[in-house]
Design a protein around this ligand. Sequence first.
Ligand SMILES: NC(=O)c1ccc[n+]([C@@H]2O[C@H](COP(=O)([O-])OP(=O)(O)OC[C@H]3O[C@@H](n4cnc5c(N)ncnc54)[C@H](OP(=O)(O)O)[C@@H]3O)[C@@H](O)[C@H]2O)c1
Ligand SMILES: [Zn+2]
Length: 353
Amino acid sequence: MAKAVPDTMRALVISGPGGIESLVESTLPTPVPGPGEVLISVHTVAANHQDHFVLRGLGNIAGVALPHVLGNDPAGVIAAVGPGVPGSRLGERVVVKPAIACDECEPCRAGSDDACERLRSVGVHRHGGFAEYLTVPGQNAFPIPDRLEFAAATALAQSFPVALTLLRKAGLHAEDIVLVAGAAGAIGAAAVQLSRLAGATVVAAAGSPGRVEYAVGLGAQLGIDYRADPSFADTVRQSFPQGVSLYVEPAGNPTIWAEGLRSVGRQGRVAVCGSHAGPIVQLDLLWLFRMRVSIFGSAGATRAIFAEILELAGEDRIEATIDSVRPLWEARDAFERLVARQNRGKLVLELGR
Ligand SMILES: NC(=O)c1ccc[n+]([C@@H]2O[C@H](COP(=O)([O-])OP(=O)(O)OC[C@H]3O[C@@H](n4cnc5c(N)ncnc54)[C@H](OP(=O)(O)O)[C@@H]3O)[C@@H](O)[C@H]2O)c1
Ligand SMILES: [Zn+2]
């Protein structure tokens, strides 16, 4: 039998401006699922750069109403359903797809719901999973395969679907030589695994010997430590004289970007999905067109790709990369680790249920 839902819940909220220090414990009314929505009893959620952007009040996600609840990728159990959602979903183990599409705009109708013109993000435009409960549209709550723990489902949700969408847009194929920068980070580690799964050759680049070893352990054929080897394009070309055919950049670090581009061969592709280390980088247009290089940008993922990732994980063909699991109430430590570039894979937070 489903547990009774209390009227109030514990949450970690942004109390005011001020970055990581402004995260405080609070008691909020438990949300009530509206039409088409489900209420999830949260077990795990992760600390992401997007949360950190909101904490710092940056970019187009500035100005959320306070107190605000962060948390893009919670996993848990459906504890109540709103009108229009079948009662049979009660008790279902689910993980949240972070972006909510409108299903009405042109990209949505064409099946590109990742490019929805009215996209809303969980933990940004509405309260997220840094709380005992949250509500999301039922179609954003995906069933978790039996063999996956909540922590693994959370660790997959915000990085693997993004990485797969990006790699597909850039036309990943088995003959590719893929250079992945930030390869020990969450999206980088996902890109290494997904490129290998497609049969490609992978060069994993990261910022310390331990981080390189970790990324190579995910299946890469060559590791690059770009702190120890700042002119690493020369090293890449010692192994692959023709250069790499695809360069995946998840951080936008200007120094790494310059060497990443120097590693790209003729008719190569560059795929970008993050900019927390930049976002302004240099680009020589003469080089771009003479080399016939294409640049792809991508954000989010379609619901179809999100489901595909869960299926691949359920079949043990990809593995969630988890840096650590700590109580939600210690999220500040997780963000400090994220900002210090210490995490290998995902920083998971748990509610201890
Ligand atoms: N497009 C989308 O839909 C989408 C979705 C989710 C996240 N993102 C973005 O994708 C990016 C990566 O996310 P993630 O979860 O993989 O983050 P992450 O786990 O922190 O990994 C990013 C990696 O970038 C590397 N890096 C290089 N230069 C850096 C610098 N100056 N500062 C910080 N890190 C630097 C770090 O590795 P080394 O220290 O080894 O260099 C770090 O591990 C973020 O910008 C995030 O906002 C985009
Ligand atoms: Zn739409």
